[in-house]
Design a binder for this molecule. Structure first.
Ligand code: CMP
Length: 139
């Protein structure tokens, strides 16, 4: 059965450009409930840890650098079928392929600066949520 929570980040560019409020408004209007929220400035090391699955890929160093430029907004979101619905809602990883009306179509600047992250499985949603929030904060 699909889980009801996902993890998301509003990425540094989008926060810096003042789009956090618009993106959060879209998230809530789409039926996701904010369970946890935090503004965090990642170090390059922590960004690398979060994206460790991409270690060794050509874009890994650049990703670490971009994700540690300035603060991100970390979010745990709740909705039925959260992971799949959220990925549909934000659009393709590459904004060039993102559907009209999706967050990435509206706010992403490029594949690397694609405005938001969304977990790709229930298992990763739990791991990624735990990366930013202690159990205490979730209750
Ligand atoms: P995100 O969904 O946060 O997951 C990994 C991130 O790496 C992705 O969004 C992009 O911002 C970034 N990235 C950069 N280049 C690539 C690429 N060629 N393929 C996938 N992701 C990339």
């Amino acid at each position: 059965m699909a889980g009801n929570r996902t993890f998301s980040m509003i990425k540094p560019d989008a926060v810096r450009d003042g789009h956090s409020g618009s993106i959060l408004k879209m998230i809530e209007a789409a039926g996701f409930r904010i369970v946890s929220i935090k503004l965090v400035h990642l170090t390059s090391e922590k960004a690398g840890e979060f994206y460790s699955v991409h270690t060794g890929k050509p874009f890994y160093d650049s990703l670490k650098s971009i994700m540690s430029e300035s603060p991100i907004v970390a979010l745990i979101l709740e909705k039925e079928n959260a992971v799949e619905d959220f990925r549909k809602f934000i659009g393709s990883t590459n904004p060039a392929n993102a559907a009209e009306g999706t967050v990435r179509k509206l706010f992403a600047k490029s594949l690397e600066r694609n405005a938001v992250h969304g977990s790709d499985s229930d298992e990763n949603a739990k791991i990624e949520g735990d990366f930013f929030f202690s159990n205490l904060e979730k209750f």
